[in-house]
Write a protein that binds this ligand. Structure first.
Ligand code: HEC
Length: 150
């Protein structure tokens, strides 16, 4: 199985591309601005959550190398749907699907067996990249490096 998540991610990529092509204007709405955030660059609730997600992923990579079992799914990751994002950062209509895909991928990794561990880990990284291809492209090179070469 190589793999449902990658296929879903690809469908989303293509869907977004088609949508952007046929969209008469650039209608992607900007997120509701959090005007109380005095330091929007990197201090939003979403940015903090992202750093936790990034840490979970780098820890997962070293766990795999050390032959350790995965850490369980952190319930706070559910906030990827609702956390406030920085001023001026926009969310596409597809944000929710990308977030669902990510949550599912982390759960699959957290419940993986040794035989599926690397594959489910890489699917998790692919789901970060899928969302980042549409939102916040800055961290993409760093996320790409998290992939484990099989
Ligand atoms: C559902 C969409 C989505 C997924 C999945 C996602 N991201 Fe993000 N990421 C974002 C958005 C949106 C921002 C911008 C947040 C802001 O500025 O408020 C962001 C910001 C970041 C940042 C910058 C944080 C900072 O310091 O400002 C990093 C690093 C990051 N993501 C890494 C990751 C990693 C690693 C994964 C997978 C483990 C991941 N992201 C999964 C949407 C996503």
């Amino acid at each position: 199985m190589k793999s449902k998540i990658i296929i879903t991610a690809l469908i989303l990529f293509v869907g977004v591309l088609i949508f952007q092509t046929i969209s008469p204007e650039n209608t992607i709405p900007t997120a509701v601005a959090d005007t109380t955030d005095v330091n929007p660059n990197g201090s939003s609730e979403m940015s903090k959550l992202m750093r936790d997600m990034q840490k979970y992923t780098t820890d997962a990579k070293s766990d795999i190398k050390a032959g350790k079992s995965p850490a369980s799914y952190p319930a706070e990751f559910d906030k990827v749907h609702t956390a406030k994002i920085s001023d001026g950062v926009s969310m596409s209509e597809f944000y929710k699907q990308f977030a669902d895909l990510y949550v599912m991928a982390v759960k699959n990794y957290a419940s993986s067996t040794p035989a599926t561990r690397v594959e489910t880990y890489n699917n998790m990284v692919a789901s970060c990249l899928a969302c980042h291809s549409q939102h916040c492209p800055g961290p993409v090179p760093a996320i790409r490096k998290m992939t484990i070469k099989e």
